[in-house]
Design a protein around this ligand. Structure first.
Ligand SMILES: [Cu+2]
Length: 504
């Protein structure tokens, strides 16, 4: 019953969670040396607690899988020895373990695979954050309070009996003087015990408050627009009051951009994906290409040099459309319109089809986010790299409490992974690592080069995004890719069903 209460509490309160909005789990698709791995980190809702690490290793001859969490600034010696994963019964490629996460922050979870092809390690960025304060079940509270009262009464009885009778010889009755002394001592003991209980309560309230203050909420920004010379500018200013005592750390570019800003109309009828420039450590600004009027939510993806990837949030009202507004960045894109079912025809005539099979899509279970691009004749076609990847997907729940920017490598940020890998024990000065990242990024001809891609490269038009929808409900998924030099967006709708209750 306690576990059920705990699970209900976690389910009801994990709305806003680590790094991203409403989607606390980490999905990673990559390789540990010669072994392709898919890693899922099921985030706990409180910290300290255990995170479940699930690893799918495809590749034969795998003999052992282990994993350990490294906090970003802990150095090599800080991590506990790796925990061995055990095979999940009934699936020889699936391994799992529970890892203790003792404090909130940015981690690399290193997954080691050992097998007949040798050893390999995958570095998975993981942002640990408490997302809820657990409350006690009232029934258990009443039970514990009754037990506590019983203990206090017992203690007073012992104290009273000891002062009254401990010096008496066997068989004698206590006299009136020792009886009254016993009452006085019991009264003093009651005062001392009450004082201790009150002090304990004060201490606990302080601890509880400190914990509640550390519960993750997204940083908010003030979003404004301004029309100037035929261009609409959008600005995102971080509201430091919402930083919730979190340590400020410099930003690093992810996919070559300091910020990926998603402007989503509240009815999900329009979306813009733009890349404002960083003006200073709190302010970003850039062009907002033409979007229809309406009330918008703003989700700003950024990565800090600590490997901490987060989504900041804001709101924006867009008034009537101005004349021609142009994008300031060729990687910017906008889209408005409804979905066209499971196969969306794009303006170049190609068709993107969501191949999700016939089964239901269930909250918490790996979702079949697999898309194939074909031409009019039905032949598979290629795409060009967009921000160093074959494709991007945005996932937004219709109630706007879930937002996720997905890549073929999952929910993790490549920049966060690089920050965690490249950080050395000498990078103790704030900003040192960020400086190297910014320098390396501006030295790069195009961001695609980082992933070993040239801008004109042809990539297979099969796009797969490892992810599980966190909750039941209606979602819209926008898939973005580049073809013919133009960023194209295909919208899809999906209804996600609640997970069936687990038999225990
Ligand atoms: Cu972007």
């Amino acid at each position: 019953m306690q576990r059920a209460a705990l699970a209900a509490c976690i389910a009801s309160s994990a709305l806003l969670a680590s790094g991203h909005v409403g989607s606390p789990d980490t999905f990673f698709e990559g390789a540990a040396g010669p072994y392709p791995v898919r890693v899922i980190i099921r985030a706990p809702a409180v910290i300290p607690a255990r995170a479940e690490v699930i690893v799918r290793v495809s590749g034969s001859g795998v003999s052992a899988v282990s994993a350990a969490p490294y906090i970003w600034n802990g150095g090599e010696k800080s991590a506990p020895p790796p925990d061995q994963l055990t095979r999940v019964v009934g699936d020889s490629t699936l391994w799992s373990v529970q890892l203790w996460i003792m404090q909130a922050g940015s981690y690399s979870v290193r997954v080691h695979v050992d097998g007949s092809a040798g050893k390999g390690t995958a570095v998975v960025p993981y942002v640990a954050a408490a997302t809820t304060v657990l409350t006690m079940d009232p029934k258990m509270g009443i039970g514990l309070a009754a037990f506590g009262l019983f203990l206090v009464a017992g203690l007073l009885t012992i104290v009273g009996a000891a002062t009254r009778e401990s010096t008496l010889d066997p068989g004698l009755d206590p006299d009136a003087a020792s009886r009254s002394r016993s009452w006085i001592v019991r009264g003093v003991a009651a005062v001392i015990i009450t004082t201790l209980l009150v002090l304990g309560r004060l201490w606990w309230d302080k601890e509880n408050e400190a914990y509640a203050r550390g519960v993750y909420t997204p940083v908010e920004g003030l979003v404004t627009t301004r029309d100037s010379a035929g261009t609409r500018l959008i600005a995102f200013g971080i509201d430091t009051a919402t930083m919730n005592q979190r340590r400020w750390a410099p930003f690093i570019p992810d996919h070559g951009k300091m910020m990926h800003l998603f402007v989503v109309r509240e009815d999900l009828g329009a979306v813009a994906h733009v890349h404002p420039r960083m003006l200073d450590s709190l302010n970003f600004a850039g062009a907002l290409p033409s979007v229809p009027a309406g009330r918008y939510r703003v989700f700003a993806d950024v990565v800090r040099e600590t490997g901490y990837a987060e989504t900041m949030i804001g709101k924006l009202d867009v008034k009537a459309e101005p004349g021609a507004t142009r994008a300031s960045d060729t990687d910017d894109a906008t889209f408005s319109g409804a979905t066209g079912g499971n196969a969306v025809t794009l303006d170049d005539g190609s068709v993107l089809t969501w191949e999700h099979g016939s089964g239901a899509i269930v909250a918490g279970a790996e979702a079949p986010l697999t898309f194939v691009l074909r031409d009019k004749a039905g032949a598979a076609v290629t795409v060009e790299p967009y921000l160093g990847m074959a494709g991007h997907a945005l996932v937004v729940r219709d109630s706007l409490d879930v937002f996720m920017h997905l890549h073929p490598i999952g929910t993790t940020s490549m920049a966060a992974q690089q920050a965690l890998i490249q950080r050395t024990d000498a990078d103790t000065a704030r900003g040192a690592l960020a400086k190297r990242f910014v320098a390396a990024d501006s030295a790069r001809a195009s961001h695609a080069a980082m992933a070993g891609m040239a801008r004109g490269d042809a990539l297979p038009g099969n796009l797969a995004f490892p992810y599980a929808f966190p909750r039941a409900g209606h979602y819209r998924v926008w898939v973005q890719f580049r073809r013919g030099g133009v960023v194209r967006t295909a919208p899809f709708d999906v209804t996600v069903e609640a997970a069936p209750p687990k038999a225990s």
